[in-house]
Write a protein that binds this ligand. Sequence first.
Ligand code: NAD
Ligand code: UDP
Ligand code: UDP
Length: 316
Amino acid sequence: MKYARKRVLVTGGAGFLGSHLCERLLADGHDVLCVDNFYTGTKDNIAHLIGNPYFELIRHDVTFPLYLEVDEIFNLACPASPVHYQRDPVQTTKTSVHGAINMLGLAKRIGAKIFQASTSEVYGDPEVHPQTEDYRGSVNPIGPRACYDEGKRCAETLFFDYHRQHGLRIKVARIFNTYGPRMHPDDGRVVSNFIVQALEGRPITIYGDGSQTRSFCFVDDLIEGFVRLMNSPDDITGPINLGNPREMTIRQLAEAVINLTGAKSDLIIKPLPADDPLQRQPNIGKAREILSWEPTIALEDGLIRTIDYFRARLQG
Ligand code: NAD
Ligand code: UDP
Ligand code: UDP
């Protein structure tokens, strides 16, 4: 049977995750439309794709309507690091909520299947550990993280209402902390901060006492999960957790980065940001069962690849 080339829209395609997704979709033989307003993403992330006849780049802000014809939509547009999403919190909520409405309206008009990049932040500072999809979360609706957390929660609501009310085919992934090449060096996320600090021989900044936990997934593993979820049968809507269940304290992460870079950096303590979740670990039972997916790349291997990327960038 001849292979059918699909037209796939990736919003936020010039960002960290989006650029890896565009690359993967092109490698799978699809026609990729990348939409981005370059708020946190950069042309550098996708420069190597420009010139590929199956790749198109459109500068556009998803809070405004968009008229295109595609078969599938991956909606990733949204700043993702706390430093970035708190810089203009009103715009963050608009991007999540108006962006979701526009992309859902587009999907409805053209009958496209649509994927939402949701987040473990919908669980807030969780009282259930590890987090399962049926846990409803503990989010402070008026705190500094709310623009992101509540924006993403509202986007999930919109996805499920368009599904129930208009029969849209939806796929909602709740993404846990992911790292890898093309993270923004200044976006303030812990993996990029620690690696850049170590490579520059500066002190490593631990917020709070460093006993808070996260579970870090390498980007290639995550993208495999995206593709499996998008290609799953239509009755699989999610939400489905995608992340690496190996949990560690932030202090352990700092030690791993120091070991792998050979840095002489000291650890220094800075205040813990407001509403910073104390613990986070995905339960990926659903992804294992429904998508036969689980991460395959060990933290040390993923960190080495990420360190190599930042080392080349800092030298370049
Ligand atoms: P990123 O900041 O690198 O990428 C986001 C992209 O969206 C950027 O290219 C940015 O310019 C673009 N964008 C922002 N606002 C836009 C708008 N109004 N219109 C068009 N484009 C816009 O972040 P990322 O880590 O690649 O995250 C991608 C998606 O995955 C986000 O929706 C994020 O919430 C979600 N997510 C990421 C993680 C993670 O650990 N990386 C975890 C959970 C969820
Ligand atoms: N929309 C879009 N592209 C389309 C169709 C719709 O951007 O191809 C936007 C448009 O801004 C619209 C929103 O999606 O307001 C929601 O569309 P829907 O059809 O659900 O609602 P309505 O058009 O009634 O507002
Ligand atoms: N963090 C830290 N030092 C840094 C940056 C972050 O100790 O330089 C901590 C932060 O307080 C949080 C964890 O690392 O507890 C993960 O932070 P990140 O911003 O990467 O992601 P999120 O809080 O959204 O999970």
